[in-house]
Write a protein that binds this ligand. Structure first.
Ligand SMILES: Cc1cc2nc3c(=O)[nH]c(=O)nc-3n(C[C@H](O)[C@H](O)[C@H](O)COP(=O)(O)OP(=O)(O)OC[C@H]3O[C@@H](n4cnc5c(N)ncnc54)[C@H](O)[C@@H]3O)c2cc1C
Length: 317
C-alpha cells in the first residue's frame, strides 16, 4: 500500500471524534479519521441509540441516533470504518500509523476503547442465556414482559426509562444509592411499572416454568428472596481495552490518557479528548467532550502553524 499523508489522524469516530473531525475540517486540516466499528457514533450507537438525550446544547432533547446523524453532517474528510488503529510509531517528528499513514499529529478520541460488557458472575445454562441481555438496543423486545434490570449506573437507569411504558420492571442494585441523573431517578420512582429492590446481589439463576428464577441475597445479611421474571438485563458496566494506548507509550490513569490543559498527552504531537482522556474533575459527558475537541484542534493548529494568527471564530460562509 502507498503511504498516505495527513496533518491529523483522529482515532475513534464516536460523538467526540465526529465533532473533532468536523472542527478540524473547518480549520482546513488535512484529516483522516479511523473507526474500529462498522458505523460511527461510539457509545451512542452501541448503548443508547433510542435514548432522548436532554443535555446537548441547542436541543431541548434529541434521540441518540439522530444526534449521530447531525454530527456526521458536513464532514468532508475521509472516515475509514471497520479499521482499528493498531500501531503508532514516531519517526522524525512524524507518526506512522500501521505502516500505511504518515501524520503530523494524532488526536485520540477512542472513548472507552473496544468495550465488552461485564458479565453476570454466575453459572448460566443455555436455557437462561437467551433471556439475559447486556445491551438494550430496542426496548420493544421487552413489550408486556416482566424484566429485572441489574445495576445502579447510567445504563441501568436509562434502559429502565426506555422500557418503563412497555413492561413491568424491577431494578436490583447492591447499594441503596444510584449513580444517575436526579430527574431520571425521580421519573422511575414515580412510574407505576417500576419498583426498586436494594441492596441485593444475585446469587443463583435458573430457568424454571418458563421463567427466570433468580435468588437474591440482601447485602450484609443472611436474608434471601426469590424473584421471577421473563428477561434480565445486566448493566454492570463495561470493560475497556486500554492495552493499545499503553503500547503507544502514553501516560495513563485508570486506563485514560492523561492530558494537560491543551489536551496534550505526554507525547508532544499526540492529543486526547472525550472519554479517552482524563484530568482532575473530568466527567464523561458529551458536551464536555465537544469542548475538549475544540481545545485539542486549536492546540494542534498552534503546534503545526505557530506562525499563523488563528481565527477562533469561523466565518459564516
Ligand atoms: C447508557 C449511557 C447513557 C449516556 N447518556 C448520556 C447523556 O445523556 N448525555 C451525555 O452527555 N453523555 C451520556 N453518556 C456518556 C457518553 O455516551 C460519552 O461521554 C460519549 O459517548 C463519549 O464519546 P467519545 O466519542 O469520547 O467516546 P465513545 O462514544 O466511546 O466512542 C469512541 C469510539 O472510538 C472507537 N475506537 C476505540 N479504539 C479504536 C481504535 N484503536 N481504532 C479505531 N477506533 C477506535 C470505538 O469503536 C468508538 O466508536 C452516556 C453513556 C452511557 C453508557
Amino acid at each position: 500500500m502507498i503511504m498516505e499523508y495527513y496533518d491529523l489522524a483522529i482515532v475513534g469516530a464516536g460523538p467526540v471524534g465526529l465533532f473533532a473531525t468536523k472542527f478540524a475540517n473547518l480549520h482546513g486540516l488535512k484529516t483522516i479519521t479511523f473507526e474500529a466499528l462498522a458505523d460511527c457514533g461510539g457509545q451512542i450507537n452501541r448503548l443508547f441509540p433510542n435514548k432522548k438525550i436532554k443535555d446537548i446544547p441547542g436541543y431541548n432533547s434529541i434521540i441518540g441516533h439522530q444526534l449521530v446523524d447531525k454530527l456526521k453532517e458536513g464532514i468532508n474528510s475521509k472516515i475509514i470504518t471497520n479499521y482499528k488503529v493498531q500501531e503508532i510509531i514516531q519517526k522524525d517528528g512524524k507518526i506512522i500509523i500501521d505502516n500505511n499513514y504518515q501524520v503530523k499529529t494524532l488526536l485520540i478520541t477512542s472513548g472507552m476503547g473496544a468495550f465488552t460488557p461485564k458479565k453476570l458472575p454466575l453459572p448460566i445454562d443455555s436455557s437462561c442465556e437467551k433471556h439475559i441481555h447486556y445491551f438494550v438496543k430496542n426496548a420493544d423486545h421487552f413489550q408486556d414482559k416482566n424484566v429485572a434490570i441489574f445495576g445502579g449506573g447510567d445504563s441501568a437507569l436509562d434502559w429502565a426509562m426506555q422500557m418503563a411504558d412497555k413492561c413491568k420492571i424491577v431494578i436490583i442494585h447492591r447499594r441503596d444509592q444510584f449513580r444517575g441523573m436526579e430527574s431520571t431517578l425521580k421519573f422511575l420512582h414515580q412510574h407505576n411499572n417500576v419498583r426498586f429492590l436494594t441492596p441485593y446481589l444475585p446469587q443463583k439463576i435458573i430457568w424454571q416454568n418458563n421463567q427466570l428464577n433468580i435468588l437474591l441475597k440482601k447485602m450484609g445479611t443472611k436474608e434471601r428472596q426469590e424473584i421471577k421474571c421473563d428477561e434480565a438485563v445486566i448493566a454492570f458496566g463495561f470493560k475497556s481495552d486500554n492495552l493499545l494506548l499503553k503500547k503507544w507509550g502514553l501516560n495513563l490513569e485508570t486506563g485514560h490518557v492523561k492530558v494537560n490543559s491543551q489536551m496534550q498527552s505526554n507525547i508532544e504531537n499526540i492529543y486526547a479528548a472525550g472519554d479517552a482522556c482524563i484530568y482532575d474533575g473530568r466527567v464523561p459527558m458529551m458536551a464536555l467532550g465537544f469542548g475538549e475537541a475544540q481545545i485539542a484542534i486549536m492546540s494542534i493548529m498552534n503546534h503545526l502553524f505557530p506562525e499563523k494568527k488563528l481565527t477562533i471564530h469561523l466565518s459564516s460562509h
